[in-house]
Design a protein around this ligand. Structure first.
Ligand SMILES: Cc1cc2nc3c(=O)[nH]c(=O)nc-3n(C[C@H](O)[C@H](O)[C@H](O)COP(=O)(O)OP(=O)(O)OC[C@H]3O[C@@H](n4cnc5c(N)ncnc54)[C@H](O)[C@@H]3O)c2cc1C
Length: 378
């Protein structure tokens, strides 16, 4: 098997294939979790709450277990931070109600917070417009780029071969015999080729995916917290999200600052060439939000920034399916701003598809991916 792309989806697929004793080569253009990939930031949230979308709750459960097992087995326990995750919403929020039902059905531990409980849990936050919350005490944050590197190292230990090379994309119809490297001139031969190429899928397969993967610019900020202040540390502040504000954040992990980002989709960009420097407009927007929700950080410095990209599908469901004309070529991607946590379950699912062991999930099919966006999965 050849897996192209060592982001979180490709890395976990290579690991699962190797653990199954399959011969697998993982080909990655720039390096696992590199800074232009979607998996390449410092941290990503892992939560169980997904509104009514139970499939993702179940995948998160399976994934958290496997992330923790991997970290424990490889001496990387610090790559999961059990900060807890708090979903904040207005009164009678339908997504929160659906989340409560699904978490109960799936046996996920959670606590419900009313306004007084929120006021004591979130002393740092101005809670205007927020009256309910669901707190997942066992969820938290994955230290993303280092976690991907740990998965690749484990895949190699389990027997996979890893190479830093960029490949071209096959075209035509029928069975692909080999794929070629654009930089080394080598060719690689495999029974199946899985292109787990994130945002690059749209560029590699423009005729099929150019209008089905919407690549958007996303800026992330780390706000410097006051010296010696515990108010923004993981002991005090949980990871949080407010869907109504299209915003999320996490406490001051590893002293990088309080992470905060807007979840609304930014401009369409090219992942190879977009500027990784935040604009003044983006800075002004986040400063305004921080001053409103976190008054104590009104004048705090921005300690670090990242510019990344979401690789959205039309509604946020993943794309994990066969190429429509090339019988041994597969796509894996469409993480849509929420894919990282699911790496282990995605790798398991893709392994089952490549080995022809399980029925395909219709929600991940190419046929359901439309050319107009109407975001439904968060
Ligand atoms: C700002 C931001 C915040 C996010 N927050 C969260 C969160 O809190 N929780 C969460 O679960 N998810 C989150 N996500 C989503 C998550 O990070 C992505 O869905 C996930 O990382 C996608 O992984 P991937 O493997 O599909 O893609 P990528 O990580 O982009 O990996 C694709 C890889 O393919 C390689 N590649 C491409 N073309 C070629 C080629 N021709 N040859 C060889 N290699 C190639 C690339 O170099 C790259 O390394 C967030 C995303 C962003 C941008």
């Amino acid at each position: 098997m050849a897996v192209i792309g060592a982001g979180v989806f490709g890395a976990w697929t290579a690991l699962h294939l190797a653990r199954r004793g399959k011969r697998v080569i993982l080909l990655e253009a720039y390096g696992p979790g590199h800074s232009r990939s979607s998996s390449g930031d410092e941290s990503r949230i892992i939560r169980m709450g997904y509104g009514k979308d139970e499939i993702y709750t179940r995948w998160s459960q399976r994934s958290l277990m496997q992330w923790k097992e991997l970290f424990a087995a490889t001496g990387n326990e610090g790559l999961f931070k059990n900060t807890g995750v708090l979903w904040l919403a207005a009164e009678k929020d339908p997504t929160l109600r659906a989340t409560r039902e699904v978490l109960t059905r799936c046996g996920v531990k959670f606590e419900e917070f009313d306004q007084p409980a929120l006021a004591s849990k979130c002393r740092q936050m101005r809670l205007d417009g927020i009256s309910e919350g669901i707190y997942e005490p066992e969820s938290g944050v994955l230290m993303a780029r280092r976690a991907v590197a740990a998965v690749v190292a484990e895949a190699v230990r389990a027997g996979a071969e890893y190479r830093t090379v960029q490949t071209d994309a096959p075209s035509g119809a029928g069975k692909v015999r080999a794929i070629n490297c654009t930089n080394s001139g080598e060719s690689f031969y495999a029974e199946h080729y899985l292109f787990a190429c994130g945002s690059w899928l749209a560029k590699l397969f423009p005729e099929i995916l150019g209008t089905r993967i919407f690549v958007t610019r996303q800026s992330v900020f780390y706000v410097g917290v006051p010296a010696g202040d515990e108010l923004f540390s993981p002991k005090t502040l949980p990871t949080w999200l407010i869907q109504n504000d299209e915003c999320y954040g996490m406490p001051d992990l590893e002293s990088r600052g309080m992470k905060i980002a807007l979840d609304k989709h930014g401009a369409a960009i090219d992942p190879d060439t977009q500027s990784r420097i935040v604009t003044q407009e983006e800075v002004d927007e986040i400063r305004k939000y921080v001053a409103y929700r976190f008054p104590a950080l009104k004048d705090a410095p921005i300690a670090e920034t990242r510019v990344c990209q979401y690789e959205n599908t039309s509604n946020g469901d993943f794309l994990m399916d066969r190429h429509p004309e090339l019988e041994n070529v597969w796509f894996a991607g469409g993480g849509s701003g929420h894919g990282f946590k699911h790496g282990p379950a995605a790798g398991e699912y893709l392994t089952s598809q490549l080995l022809g062991e399980a029925p395909a999930e219709p929600r991940f099919s190419l046929a359901t991916k439309e050319t107009v966006q109407h975001r439904a999965v968060y």
